[in-house]
Design a protein around this ligand. Structure first.
Ligand SMILES: Nc1ncnc2c1ncn2[C@@H]1O[C@H](COP(=O)(O)OP(=O)(O)OP(=O)(O)O)[C@@H](O)[C@H]1O
Ligand SMILES: [Mg+2]
Length: 503
């Protein structure tokens, strides 16, 4: 059968003749051009003769491992997308393959529907990498490639991806590196885990991974794992059938269903309750979910990206996070650098944030007095870019000129002056009571809002006490244990020495 426009050339490698034939027939029926090999040696012979779009290989072969083939393809910069078939339950092989650059993996016994959709996804991804070559992923796939086209091995990022990457501001090596990695890993199915302090742009990175991938036209569903009441969490994730629980009056989709064909972003994954961790692990392994109260499981095609500001290794050590789940989520690790590790990016960031904030509020971008940058450079900024953004937003609101001065930040030369902002405490009446004002707008997420308020209050107290926890706790009417807990929960980084100048 001649290849149709959406057809691929596929190499199937499996030593079991029956399975080999089954895969071959399945893919032939889809209109793909398929050849088969029974072991690593035969596969190498085919690969020496021609290019393929997709290589599907069993992991364990008589004369070697599918992983070896995969590595060879990677080392020689071959264009093929690899799908590895692993034995049921061998999570390590699956993870190893993804780390070695496999596009995806399938678990035995292979579900033929999953086989077909994995090949389709691989083709889609190839097509985008080759930069909108109309329709046919196979175009230069056959033999004797003179090398034309090979030079552009760097994945072509869809325009949504390019835009998303531009939103990550910074020219420091750590930012350049994370952007390169995003482009590189976006096209595989491998789960991504983003670690980094609060306010360092983890969500921006998650979004960029989605926008750079071939799933960019699909949904991006972001979930805050710490914000869902424990009794609702299963239904929220996997959906619920009518009558599954009191109040379930209709069938409801969960996040997994909503993210079908796209990316599910599990934010604050460190806050996921243990019981739910076990269920999530199962879904990742089987790639199927069952709605609460449902009978049938359904296959879900979802790419997982997770993030947390917490120390997951410590949580694993402490028994609060499952090691096997950590292992599954952390196939590709990305780390967002703290602002103090990239001080040189500060001017760029300030300008970009000012431009964005002013555009949002329809105000002219003010000029910046050089003293502002110097003042910002001298600050700790443990809340990273988010804190910088908050400071600028406040300054814009308070400033009444065309030039931003340190005084507009409300605390330039005398930090003991009392705040006029609603997000700070006023202990001035000596009663220990705080003045709270209602927010101007109802926050979209109460917990995030309250956390942010708490963070600000804690930071202020800590700063004013030279980051002495005991003193800050006393100021807030907390005991030391409560203070420690809060600092940890909100991920407030503590300087190791008293280097904060705010006294
Ligand atoms: N590199 C960056 N360039 C531009 N803006 C950034 C950058 N990093 C973060 N921001 C901005 O800072 C704010 C916080 O970013 P984001 O929500 O992605 O951080 P986070 O790491 O998820 O923080 P948290 O752990 O508190 O949820 C957002 O408004 C984001 O747009
Ligand atoms: Mg976040």
């Amino acid at each position: 059968m001649p290849p149709t426009p959406s057809s691929a050339s596929v190499l199937v490698v499996d030593d079991e003749p029956d399975l080999r034939t089954l895969y071959e027939l399945t893919l032939l029926r889809e209109g793909h051009a398929v050849v088969a090999a029974a072991d690593v040696t035969q596969a190498r012979e085919w690969l020496a003769q021609q290019r393929f779009d997709v290589v599907i290989s069993d992991m364990r072969l008589p004369d070697g491992l599918g992983l070896d083939l995969l590595r060879e393809l990677g080392e020689t910069q071959r264009p093929e997308k690899c799908i590895v078939i692993t034995a049921y339950g061998s999570a390590e092989n699956a993870v190893e393959s993804l780390k070695a650059g496999a596009f995806d993996y399938l678990t035995k016994p292979v579900d033929l529907k999953q086989l077909r959709s994995a090949v389709t996804a691989a083709l889609q991804s190839l097509r985008e990498q080759r930069g909108g070559m109309s329709g046919n992923a196979t175009a230069p796939a056959t033999a004797h490639g003179s090398g034309a086209g090979d030079a552009s091995r760097k994945p072509d990022v869809p325009s949504s991806g390019a835009q998303s990457l531009r939103r990550i501001v910074g020219s420091s090596p750590s930012i350049a590196q994370i952007k390169t990695r995003i482009e590189k890993v976006a096209s595989s199915m491998a789960p991504v885990l983003i670690l980094g302090e609060s306010g360092t742009g983890k969500e921006l990175v998650a979004r960029a991974v989605h926008d750079c991938s071939h799933r960019h036209a699909g949904p991006f569903v972001a979930v805050n794992c710490g914000a869902i009441p424990e009794n609702l969490i299963e239904a929220e994730f996997f959906g619920a059938r009518k009558g599954a629980y009191t109040g379930a009056t209709t069938d409801r989709e969960g996040y997994f269903q909503a993210a079908r064909g796209g990316t599910l972003f599990l934010d604050e994954i460190g806050d996921l309750p243990l019981a739910m961790q076990a269920k999530l692990l199962r879904v990742i392994q089987e790639r199927r979910v069952r709605a609460l109260g449902g009978v049938q499981e359904e296959a879900v095609d979802v790419r997982l990206v997770s993030a947390t500001h917490r120390d997951l290794n410590a949580l694993v050590q402490g028994g609060q996070f499952r090691q096997d789940l950590f292992y599954r989520l952390n196939v590709i690790g990305l780390r967002t650098p703290a602002l103090r590790e990239r001080r040189d990016d500060l001017p760029l960031l300030v300008n970009a944030l000012l431009a964005r904030l002013c555009a949002e509020s329809g105000q002219n971008v003010p000029a910046l007095s050089p003293r502002v940058l110097a003042w910002l450079q001298s600050r700790e900024l443990p809340g990273n870019v988010r804190e910088l953004e908050n400071l600028l937003q406040r300054a814009l609101a308070l400033s009444n000129g065309d030039v931003l001065e340190p005084e507009d930040f409300g605390e330039a030369d005398d930090t003991s002056e009392m705040p006029t902002q609603p997000d700070q405490l006023s202990p001035a009446d000596g009663s220990g009571a705080s003045v709270t004002r209602p927010p101007e707008e109802i926050p979209a997420d109460l917990q995030t809002y309250l956390d942010e308020q708490e963070r600000q209050v804690l930071l202020k107290a800590l700063r004013e006490c030279d980051f002495n926890r005991t003193a800050a706790a006393a100021r807030l009417g907390l005991n030391l244990r409560q203070m420690r807990y809060r600092i940890q929960r909100l991920g407030i980084p503590m300087p190791s020495d008293d280097d904060d100048a705010n006294t």
